[in-house]
Design a protein around this ligand. Structure first.
Ligand code: CMC
Length: 427
């Protein structure tokens, strides 16, 4: 196999090393490119740039494959818990029983949040988006839990604190936004059931945990737990490369996830479907608008930077949509619209030629609203799911001997040099 590529430039030929990943994917290693040739690369959106070597997640966008640490997403969604999946991503292997027990005890022990943090929550305006609140509060954790003595302790305890507390903080923000009493975590409940209880239990209506509902949320979190170098994960790695503390890096990831082209798409899908339903907009009209280059409208929940086939996560969550609605005997008109939209789009030349398929967000919102989550909490739920992935990627970057401060270059296209003009002489 070729282990070098050649670049010809200004009459000279340069040999560029090629590196090959476990699954045969290849990259030209351009670390010495500028030094040797004077050239840099230009790749807006980094669609052709490998920013790191990683042993965490493998995706094949053409074949619709997703694996965490080698295990197919379909198997994890069928058999694993979110807790095991988190352990797998962060530690590189599935935990044995003793490791799992210890992990559970630690998550329980760290699940409370400093009482003073509640004052901060109270100060946000009622209309604040919970993603803005969550990213601020996660950053604020550093002030409540200062740096620990050794690096090992700092990493292990901070990781556990984040996994245990972000879930509590998310539920807390929901309760406070409604003006209700905060519900504390319970040691007798499993990770997901505990979160559901903190969200929905109330002194006047005790929450009864349904195993299928808990499993649906668990699967949603497993499907979102990592997705290699996506926008928010890259944000965590880039911010982390400045050697900030993990809370600040995760807070940056939460901010990046908020956008409607990334994690905010699950909220945007439901808003799009609700508008179609309430205003009686024909599904074909949405498809026509999405195809119209003069219209900024996009079909939310469709398309993906890497998947050019059906998103494997979308297949799984779509199945859960039906399971949950059947189980709870609910008929959701938004599901009908979503299915019709998918059917029309998948037969349309525009979507076929651009390889635009439903992504995970297309159906996940229907699962979440069936469980009872308000739309503005959807992206927060994505953030809880993505947390172990962000942590695993940050940890890997810290241990990577090739890792350096992130600092891309640019091609300057501004004005050439000219002299300062005193204010009285300016036009
Ligand atoms: N509706 C209509 N046209 C689309 C859509 C869409 N949802 N997505 C892409 N296109 C078109 C786009 O207009 C462009 O056309 P042209 O080549 O004629 O200019 C072409 O397809 C390629 O699009 P792109 O924006 O260059 O592709 P990208 O890889 O930069 O964007 C994306 C990926 C996810 C941002 C985009 O597909 C999109 O905006 N989708 C809707 C938002 C969404 O569902 N986001 C969730 C992504 S999955 C969750 C996650 O992992 O974060």
């Amino acid at each position: 196999m070729e282990d070098t590529a050649k670049i010809e430039f200004a009459g000279k030929t340069y040999e560029i090393p090629v590196i090959v990943g476990t699954e045969g994917e290849k990259a030209i290693d351009i670390q010495a490119l500028r030094q040797k040739t004077g050239l840099i690369t230009y790749d807006p959106g980094f669609g052709n740039t490998g920013s790191c070597k990683s042993a965490i997640t493998f995706m094949d966008g053409e074949k619709g494959i997703l694996r965490y640490r080698g295990i197919p997403i379909e198997e994890l969604a069928e058999f694993a818990t979110f807790k095991e999946t988190s352990y797998l991503l962060i530690n590189g292997k599935l935990p044995n029983q003793a490791e799992l027990n210890r992990f559970s005890v630690l998550l329980n022990d760290h699940s409370l949040v400093h009482e003073d943090m509640q004052h901060f929550y109270q100060s946000f305006p009622r209309a604040s988006h919970p993603m803005g609140i969550l990213s601020s509060m996660v950053n604020a954790l550093r002030s409540f839990y200062p740096e620990l003595q050794t690096m090992e302790e700092e990493i292990n305890i901070t990781v556990t604190r984040l996994l245990a507390k972000v879930r509590t903080m998310a539920a807390m923000s929901y309760k406070i936004s409604r003006g209700h009493r905060v519900i504390y975590p319970r040691p007798d409940l499993a990770y997901t059931a505990n979160f559901l209880n903190m969200m929905f239990d109330s002194p006047v209506r005790p929450y009864i945990i349904d195993n299928d509902v808990a499993r649906a949320l668990e699967v949603f979190w497993i499907l979102h737990a990592d997705h290699e170098q996506n926008c928010s994960t890259s944000a965590v790695r880039v911010v982390g490369s400045g050697r900030v503390n993990l809370y600040a890096a995760i807070s940056a990831g939460i901010s990046a996830l908020w956008g409607p082209l990334h994690g905010g798409a699950n909220q945007a899908v439901i808003e799009m479907l609700t508008q179609a339903y309430e205003k009686n907009i024909p599904v074909r009209r949405l498809v026509e608008r999405a195809k119209d280059k003069k219209d900024p409208f996009r079909l939310m929940g469709f398309g993906h930077r890497v998947y050019k086939a059906y998103d494997p996560r979308a297949k799984i969550i779509k199945k859960w949509c039906h399971t949950l609605l059947d189980k709870l005997r609910i008929s959701d008109p938004l599901l009908e619209i979503a299915m019709e939209l998918e059917e029309i789009a998948l037969k349309d030349d525009y979507f076929i030629q651009k390889h635009l398929y439903p992504n995970v967000d297309f159906y996940s919102g229907i699962v979440l609203r069936t469980i009872g989550f308000p739309t503005n909490m959807f992206t927060v739920l994505f953030a809880i799911g993505r947390l172990p992935g962000w942590i695993a990627q940050w940890k890997e970057s810290m241990d990577d001997p090739d890792w350096r401060l992130s600092r891309p270059r640019q091609i300057y296209i501004g004005s050439p040099q000219y002299d300062y003009i005193p204010v009285e002489k300016r036009d």
